[in-house]
Write a protein that binds this ligand. Structure first.
Ligand SMILES: NC(=O)c1ccc[n+]([C@@H]2O[C@H](COP(=O)([O-])OP(=O)(O)OC[C@H]3O[C@@H](n4cnc5c(N)ncnc54)[C@H](OP(=O)(O)O)[C@@H]3O)[C@@H](O)[C@H]2O)c1
Length: 294
């Protein structure tokens, strides 16, 4: 029986933890803001006072943090850093989306300490975590796959196995770029339809059955249908992902649609702030229309 810990109880981290707890897994948790652990503690999670305390008590540690600087600091901090406190053989499963370079660096650093780093970026949103239907892109040595699969399969029902940490993150970044483009397109066509007097029900009926459909069309329709229910992806996370995509290729020179997605989401973030949901793009379109009409 492995002792499992989880650090990073934001939108996605909490959802994955709830899913693990629903499988009766004993889970130690830590988050910079302790209040975010309340719901998990009610469900039986065990609070640790620091990453060091959690690291020393666990064999498998999962991370779900906002970005690579935070992740690297958590691993290497001279006082509380995980790598100082985890025992040899400990497995660190990082579910965050970070740059290929940072993932490769983390894997190298972890290996030199006799521990194992597993890149495990996930896709499918908070809803996918709740239902156990996330897709995971996992870079791990063959020797540890069976063990980590027994944990990952509690919240993900599709796993793509790789050996390169850089490739796992590149695939995830490309997927996120597709999501971003799809979401912008979905909101634009829905806005055009509504402007032309077509009802949301009619749009829903056509755009979930004809070839205009996509996973992010579903997200956009759900946002409009259920009183603007957020998609649980903040503008900060969306822009972080797009910034990673921007560094993958010379996007501004060669890829006009990707370039427009980066520019548009950065304007939406500037207007509404880091913590607002990515679906604010719909309100952004309406406000820009008003400005242009005046
Ligand atoms: N949301 C999604 O649907 C989704 C889907 C797939 C992948 N992901 C990936 O999952 C990761 C987390 O995303 P999220 O949506 O859960 O983001 P989030 O809600 O903003 O949570 C971010 C987490 O990082 C922690 N954090 C931020 N800055 C920190 C710092 N300086 N020191 C310590 N901890 C810090 C936060 O702690 P505090 O609570 O203290 O702020 C929180 O636990 C990202 O890499 C994202 O790309 C998210």
């Amino acid at each position: 029986m492995y002792n499992i810990g989880f650090i990073g109880l934001g939108r996605m981290g909490q959802a994955i933890c709830l899913r693990l707890l629903s499988h009766d897994i004993i889970l130690r948790v830590y988050n910079r803001t302790p209040e975010k652990a309340t719901k998990l503690l009610d469900k039986g999670a065990v609070w640790c006072n620091s990453p060091a305390e959690l690291g020393a008590a666990c064999d498998i540690i999962m991370l779900c943090l906002s970005g690579e600087q935070v992740t690297e600091a958590l691993l290497t901090d001279s006082e509380n850093g995980l790598l100082r406190h985890c025992h040899p053989g400990c497995m660190i499963i990082d579910t965050g989306t970070i740059s290929p370079e940072s993932a490769t660096y983390n894997a190298h650093l972890t290996e030199t300490q006799g521990q194992e780093y597993i890149s495990c970026p996930v896709s499918g949103g908070v809803e996918g975590a709740n239902n156990g239907t996330l897709a995971a892109i996992v870079a791990a040595q063959p020797a540890v796959r069976t063990i980590i699969e027994s944990v990952i399969s509690r919240f993900a029902d599709r796993i793509t196995w790789l050996t390169s940490h850089a490739d796992a993150q590149k695939l995830k970044i490309i997927n996120n770029l597709a999501e971003s483009i799809n979401l912008l397109g979905a909101f634009e066509v829905l806005n055009i339809g509504l402007t032309h007097g077509i009802t949301l029900d009619e749009l829903h009926s056509v755009l979930t059955t004809c070839r205009g459909r996509s996973a992010y069309m579903d997200v956009a329709l759900r946002f409009l249908n259920s009183n603007l229910k957020p998609s649980d992806v903040s503008l900060a996370v969306r822009c972080k992902d797009l910034c990673l995509a921007g560094s993958l290729a010379d996007i501004s020179r060669h890829y006009p649609i990707s370039d427009a997605a980066i520019e548009l989401f950065s304007r939406v973030r500037e207007k509404y702030g880091d913590e607002q949901d990515q679906c604010e793009y719909f309100n952004f379109i309406n406000e820009e229309k008003k400005l242009n009409d005046n």
